[in-house]
Design a protein. Structure first.
Length: 187
């Protein structure tokens, strides 16, 4: 049987299941502190499919009452950003008047979250905050609306805990760097 993706190898493990669990607990605590008392008008909107594992764990850690929904967006082909972001699935619930926290797996160029934020403004969400499990350090600062960041990482391609490369490796319980055989240590 061939490997799921033969042109890449799993490299350094950056986050263990325990690391991920404590990141989720910290972000949940921040959200609880910020959204006390907003009741059922709080919605966690996960971005398919990469944020599924994070959304599921985060939702179970947040004590404030909330609903969950999903939105589809796609910008990557393999390890390359295509530059254009398409909304591939609309949320099922009406988000008008809701406090929405967009839950994403990783913030890279910011185009995906900008596109989703624009969608939510057009659908008249009451407030929009952005939450990303990971954020790649590309510039000196992240935008102010990226309110919750689980962990900052260097500009490397990572997989696991929902993050994929062409649909492979999402199911890993840890997060690892993806390397190309040509740059891997041959020993
Ligand atoms: P952005 O629109 O450039 O911010 O890209 C964000 C999207 O690209 C994420 O939702 C991921 O699906 C994908 N992506 C970016 N970097 C990585 C990575 O290192 N591993 C897996 N997916 C990534
Ligand atoms: Mg994604």
């Amino acid at each position: 049987m061939s490997a799921p993706n033969e042109t890449f190898l799993l490299g350094e493990r950056l986050f263990s299941p325990e690391d991920l669990s404590s990141i989720v607990a910290r972000v949940a605590g921040q959200i609880d502190a910020d959204y006390q008392g907003v009741g059922e008008s709080l919605v966690l909107l996960g971005v398919l499919k990469g944020a599924l594992y994070f959304l599921s764990d985060l939702s179970r850690r947040i004590q404030a009452p909330h609903q969950i929904d999903l939105i589809g967006a796609r910008s990557y082909d393999g390890t390359q950003s295509t530059g254009a972001v398409a909304i591939t699935k609309s949320p099922d619930t009406d988000l008008t008047g809701k406090h929405v926290i967009v839950v994403e797996d990783i913030y890279d160029t910011g185009r995906t979250l900008a596109t989703i934020e624009d969608y939510l403004r057009r659908h008249e969400a009451r407030s929009v905050a952005l939450c990303s499990l990971f954020a790649k350090r590309r510039g000196p600062v992240f935008p102010a609306n990226l309110r919750y960041i689980g962990a900052e990482i260097d500009d490397r391609f990572i997989v696991g805990y929902g993050l994929d490369c062409d649909e492979a490796w999402r199911h890993l319980p840890y997060v690892a760097v993806l390397t190309s055989p040509s740059i891997a240590d041959p020993s």
